[in-house]
Ligand binder design. Structure first.
Ligand SMILES: Cc1cc2nc3c(=O)[nH]c(=O)nc-3n(C[C@H](O)[C@H](O)[C@H](O)COP(=O)(O)OP(=O)(O)OC[C@H]3O[C@@H](n4cnc5c(N)ncnc54)[C@H](O)[C@@H]3O)c2cc1C
Length: 287
């Protein structure tokens, strides 16, 4: 199908993009990699009258260390996150999540900012970024604010972004030494999107005991959820296979997944425990 007619503007700066968003209001959409927006326009699920392309705005892509934080520009494509030495060495779970998104074409065009702004409940980045306690820098016409992951992902395809705001940067705290991160996913066999996924950040003391754990589960509701019961079960415990298995068995507590054509709710609940275990085991094995 063809999309409805639309106008196109290539913004030259974030400020210009925010001005254009304010000018066109609900009739405008930002365009990044186009790998979620353009299919939605072709299906007429979205029919913006104006597309504001961020692709030529300088300074919005790249990955760098900023103090104790990994700073990722919103226009950084998935492939660059997957292959980044910084991400692979300091936050391997993040690089892992990027590497299993869609296929090569999607990873070469899709951007991390577009993925989180779109907030598809079957997307990968929101899950790992929730486990890693990431925050999101949003720039509007009158200033900039930073929103933490639990306050950013609000519902199906809904975030805290205001209509005139541009997401410019994703900030991920760099874990201390003795930490490990991992991401594990059951992909839909046709699309590659998440059926169920799990992300883990595990911090150990020198004896191997768990000082803290963050575990997020995807595909189990409208947005990523922290597996609080799993995290509590790991806290203060030696990270043995038995402890991890018992903690992971609680991963679907408090979730209310819906059955769909591919997986029943019961299957999703079970699979969440399997992938939580895999993510925690891998994170615990990483230094
Ligand atoms: C065949 C296929 C398979 C896929 N498989 C997966 C998968 O397995 N896992 C997965 O996670 N994703 C998957 N995707 C989605 C892909 O990751 C998209 O690239 C991503 O969801 C959107 O990023 P984008 O840069 O293409 O954004 P766009 O499509 O350009 O934009 C998406 C939305 O975000 C808004 N937006 C974009 N950038 C910003 C910004 N900086 N500030 C504010 N709003 C912004 C746009 O206005 C739009 O509403 C798949 C896509 C396709 C086509």
């Amino acid at each position: 199908m063809f999309p409805a007619n639309f106008g196109y503007v290539a913004a030259r700066s974030v400020e210009e993009a925010t001005e254009l968003l304010a000018k066109y209001g609900e009739e405008a959409k930002l365009l990044a990699g186009g790998h979620s927006l353009i299919p939605a326009m072709k299906l007429r699920l979205a029919s913006p009258r104006h597309l504001i392309d961020l692709g030529r705005v300088p300074g919005l892509s790249g990955i760098k260390v900023d103090g104790e934080t990994l700073s990722i520009g919103a226009l950084t494509v998935h492939a660059d996150v997957a292959s980044s030495d910084l991400a692979r060495h300091r936050l391997p779970g993040l690089a892992e999540a990027a590497s299993v998104i869609g296929d090569v074409q999607v990873r070469n065009r899709g951007t991390i900012g577009g993925s989180v702004a779109h907030a598809d409940p079957a997307a990968d980045f929101p899950v790992i970024l929730t486990a890693l306690d990431a925050s999101f820098v949003l720039q509007g016409r009158f200033g900039r604010r930073t929103v933490a992951a639990p306050d950013f992902f609000l519902d199906f395809y809904t975030t805290a972004l205001a209509p005139d705001e541009v997401l410019t940067e994703i900030r991920v705290p760099l874990p201390s030494s003795g930490s490990g991160t991992a991401y594990a996913k059951l992909p839909h066999p046709a699309s590659g999107y998440v059926v169920v996924s799990a992300a883990a950040l595990v911090v150990r003391d020198p004896s191997g005991r768990c000082v803290s754990a963050a575990v997020a589960i995807g595909g189990m509701g409208s947005r990523p959820q922290r597996a609080a019961a799993t995290e509590a079960s790991l806290h203060g415990q030696p990270l043995t296979p038995e402890v991890i298995a018992a903690a992971a068995a609680k991963a679907s507590e408090g979730t209310d997944p819906e059955s769909d054509l591919y997986a029943s709710a019961d299957y999703k609940r079970h699979i969440a425990t399997v992938y939580a275990r895999q993510a925690i085991e891998t994170a615990a094995s990483r230094k």
